[in-house]
Design a protein around this ligand. Structure first.
Ligand code: OVM
Length: 407
């Protein structure tokens, strides 16, 4: 078997367009909408020769691949590298990078830790932290919403909720960069992120140990499951690692992207101020409109067919969630940011057995920060050009200068 970009090389299927694009070029990652549109226009799947992958971005095909864990496995990895064919830079996640039936038991342990009741218990602290931060930002007036809000808020409240004793914002952000850039090809982004391994991995590993988690945090519940014999000690540590992998960059992206949307669509912010019950629909629309996780892969477990395209066993499929969430055949005026849309069925949290298990925590964080802003801020104004931060799996900002005027 020939390996290409870490997975099995396969030929273009007969009915798929062949497209010589680099989805991982910095220009594509920082301005993806034209790539999303062209991907959808080329049919259900496009074969990309340089990586030997099939990319899909139409809503229906993307949803079909993502929903069917029997035909499209996660255990070969959700990035380009096939975890079954190559050693990875980290041990595979026991929830993200695993298939049923093993997946279910591990996911159940996380679901218990992140239950609606457990998350309800965090809301007051999230809101108090949001209020304190928003007061500070109003005091400043103009600031970089990435460094001073989007990165600050989750790296303050989330490690505290997990019960992490060794909190270090910078290391959490650098680890997130390793995880999400790690899903891409061996490009400059991936190499630069993984170059920090020597500093970050020992710290993350230590942070996930039982002794470094407070007994009242979410992480400690995994060790209760270990004590009950439900999972092993090592598995409990890996579940803490999953929280730290999945819970930081995703919410950093969501907050930054939300402030980008609201600062560029002031009429939508006016709607939010007038009706606080739009906080949650506003977040869902930010997710649909910006897709913080822009793409994840699946691997065909057998010869199969989707939308009339024959897919051979072992094919790596790049599911471009960002493209599916802007598909004009699924959404009316998809390029319009409309917080009253209520975009049920968006794929930003995935779909199927692997759909985001932390979505209640994400919603609680965004609810806290957006409600606080809607109550305290009269206008969110651009104070300079936004800069996007290229990342092999995330769509988020590097810099967003804005001004908060008090209400
Ligand atoms: C994990 C993990 C890592 C990254 C993302 C994710 C979006 C999960 O290590 O389990 O979900």
């Amino acid at each position: 078997m020939n390996l290409i970009s870490g997975h099995k090389e396969f030929a273009a299927p007969q009915d798929a367009a062949i497209w010589d694009i680099d989805p991982y070029a910095v220009e594509t990652l920082t301005a993806p909408e034209p790539y999303y549109a062209e991907l959808r226009a080329r049919g259900a799947f496009a074969y990309i020769p340089r990586y030997s992958i099939l990319a899909c971005g139409g809503y229906e095909a993307t949803k079909e691949v993502f929903s069917d864990h029997e035909r499209f496995a996660s255990s070969n990895g959700v990035g380009l590298h096939d975890l079954k064919l190559e050693d990875s830079w980290r041990a595979p996640s026991i929830v993200l990078e695993v298939d049923p039936p093993d997946h279910a038991a591990n996911r159940r342990v996380i679901m218990r830790a992140l239950s609606p009741r457990a998350v309800a218990g965090l809301k007051e602290r999230f809101r108090a932290a949001a209020d304190a931060l928003v007061d500070q930002l109003i005091e400043k007036g103009s600031f970089d919403a990435v460094a001073e809000c989007a990165e600050t808020f989750p790296t303050t409240v989330f490690p505290a909720a997990v019960g992490l004793k060794l909190n270090d914002r910078r290391k959490l952000i650098d680890y997130g960069s390793m995880v999400f850039n790690g899903y891409g090809p061996d490009n400059e982004l991936r190499r630069a992120a993984l170059a920090k391994s020597d500093k970050i991995i020992p710290w993350i590993t230590r942070s996930c140990g039982r002794g470094n988690l407070r007994p009242d945090g979410l992480g400690a519940t995994f060790f209760e499951a270990a004590d009950a014999g439900e999972i092993t000690e090592k598995e409990a540590e890996l579940l803490v690692r999953s929280l730290l992998s999945a819970g930081v960059d995703t919410t950093v992206a969501s907050i930054g992207n939300a402030l980008w949307c609201l600062s560029r669509h002031p009429a939508e912010f006016e709607k939010l101020k007038a009706d606080p019950s739009l906080t949650r629909p506003c977040f869902e629309e930010v997710l649909r409109y910006t897709s913080p996780v822009h793409s994840f892969c699946r691997t065909a477990t057998r010869d199969t067919e989707v939308a009339g395209v024959r897919i051979e066993e072992g094919s790596k499929i790049l599911c471009v969630l960002g493209a599916a969430n802007l598909d004009e055949s699924r959404w009316e005026a998809p390029t319009r940011f409309n917080i009253e849309r209520r975009p049920t069925g968006h794929l930003a949290f995935g779909v199927g057995v692997h759909n985001c298990v932390g979505q209640n925590v994400a919603r609680a964080e965004l609810d806290a920060i957006l409600s606080s802003i809607a109550e305290k801020v009269s206008s969110i104004e651009p104070a300079g050009d936004p800069e996007w931060r290229p990342n092999n799996a995330m769509r988020f900002l590097d810099r967003l200068p804005i001004t908060f005027r008090p209400r």
